[in-house]
Design a protein around this ligand. Structure first.
Ligand code: SAM
Length: 349
């Protein structure tokens, strides 16, 4: 058993290390450091730029809460946009909704898609090849700013506000998302470890409150995101979608054929919006600030030393390029959206 320990380098003052019983793939892509390895407890682990993105042990928690909370809140969502999410987990959950006619996934790094299909195909399953999905390799910031399409739901399955993903936590990006939403549509983004990075929660909530009528963070517990409660944030101009009761949520799940989930239930859905007092205070303050025009976002303070990944890569004998570079995406991947933007929804609450 290899006794390489791979460290998560996300927090300035503490680290978590995972035993890599087998390193399956490690590469410096055009956008980030990517490593996939096996761990006896967590199963197959994907790490980008020194941060755990997912494990096959508990990926269902995050993916179900990212997809089913906004989609169940909406009445018959037909078109969904996923920004990031190259592992295919959120797309898998989105396509469980029979009412969804089209789901577009915009991922900046093709290597994430190809290696996900190769090393943990049980996560995307057939979602990336579905007739209802379209996979685009592009920077989400540019895609959303240029698209002429409107979506009922936009799900931002980004990494943390570092590297290529930093732009996906910005006011500019969220404002473009608002323009690409149908009236009353829902925008959801990952919002980090709430108790560890309360400024991240506050920053995104300020932006959402400055752009939308409602900014509603919710929480889940994602074991492999070390450090407590994980926050997601939902924004919409249609307050009523946040008042759907458990019976109606259960009925929607039945009608759409969404079944056998491992985390999401109508009760978990509603309970997720009940925040601990300390977080509720942060959110209330951020909403008030956002409503009064303070739309400052969040920027991750630089950690004392850059993710060792780059250094590690430098130190490590050259990162083994996968011998036979087998592109495993079967569906044609659209490189860049063609048509120019057509200004749509009216801006601002
Ligand atoms: N669940 C994870 C988390 O919360 O840490 C996120 C998982 S998902 C793998 C994040 C994806 O966002 C990665 O595949 C990354 O390549 C993609 N990504 C980062 N920046 C992006 C950008 N600007 N446009 C599109 N995709 C981006």
């Amino acid at each position: 058993m290899s006794d390489r320990w791979i460290e998560e380098t996300f927090h300035a003052d503490w680290r978590v290390a995972l035993r890599a019983s087998k390193v399956l793939h490690e590469v410096k892509t055009d956008h980030q450091h990517l490593v996939i390895f096996e761990n006896p407890y967590w199963g197959t682990v994907l790490m980008l730029d020194g941060v755990v993105q997912l494990t096959t042990k508990d990926e269902h928690v995050y993916h179900e809460m990212m997809a089913h909370v906004p989609l169940m809140a909406l009445d018959r969502p037909k078109k969904v946009l996923i920004v990031g999410g190259g592992d295919g987990g959120v797309l898998r959950e989105v396509l469980k909704h029979g009412c969804v006619e089209k789901a577009v996934l915009v991922e900046i790094d093709r290597e994430v898609i190809d290696t996900s299909l190769q090393y943990f195909p049980q996560i995307p399953q057939k979602a990336l090849e579905s007739d209802r999905s379209e996979v685009v390799i592009a920077d989400g910031l540019k895609y959303v700013a240029e698209t002429g399409e409107l979506f009922d739901c936009i799900i931002v399955d980004s990494s943390e506000p570092i590297g290529p993903s930093a732009v996906l936590h910005s006011k500019e990006f969220f404002a473009s998302c608002r323009r690409a939403l149908t009236p009353g549509g829902a925008l959801v983004t990952q919002n980090g470890l709430a108790q560890l990075f309360p400024d991240h929660l506050a920053g995104t909530t300020r932006i959402f409150a400055s752009l939308f009528k409602r900014a509603s963070p919710y929480i889940c517990h994602q074991p492999c995101y070390f450090g407590g409660l994980f926050a997601l944030n939902l924004a919409t101009d249609d307050k009523s979608i946040l008042g759907i009761g458990p019976k109606k949520l259960a009925k929607r799940a039945r009608k759409r054929g969404v079944a056998d989930l491992k985390y999401w239930t109508p009760a978990v859905h509603l309970g997720a919006f009940a925040l601990p007092a300390e977080l509720e205070r942060i959110v209330d303050e951020a909403v008030a600030a956002g409503k009064s025009g303070d739309d400052r976002g969040y920027e991750l303070p630089p950690t004392p030393d850059a993710p060792p990944t780059k250094k590690a890569a430098a130190k490590e004998p050259s990162v083994k390029e996968p011998s036979e570079k087998k592109t495993v995406t079967r569906k044609p991947v659209t490189k860049k959206p063609a048509e120019k933007p057509t200004p749509t929804a009216k801006t601002g609450p």
